[in-house]
Design a protein around this ligand. Sequence first.
Ligand SMILES: [Zn+2]
Length: 130
Amino acid sequence: MFPSRYWREIPQRYRLEAGKCNKCGYIAFPPRLICPVCKGREFGTIKLKDEGELLTYTVIHVGPSAFSDQTPYALGIIKLDDGVNITAQLADVDINQIKTGARYRIEFRKLISAGHSGIHAYGYKCVPAR
Ligand SMILES: [Zn+2]
């Protein structure tokens, strides 16, 4: 049900590890092999900041089937304090009270339960920073 890329990227996603280009400083999340800016191939590993600012969001009323029991929910783009944009579901917030520019913090949550197999997918969601 998930592409192999999803599984391969789990360690980075859990630890919020990003690659930082040794040559130009570009931060890639998930990490990449080749820098899209300078084509450099040497990256250091950094841990991303877990807080940032909500840039924009959209409310999903009809979601993919795995998320259908969670609709309506909001999907936001958060600019983390080190400049990386991530897309994540916004949790613990009334979808009518969401404001761009608000501070959000990354938390690890169960994303979905896959039917009867009992497989849970975990990942990050963003909750209001307090
Ligand atoms: Zn680079």
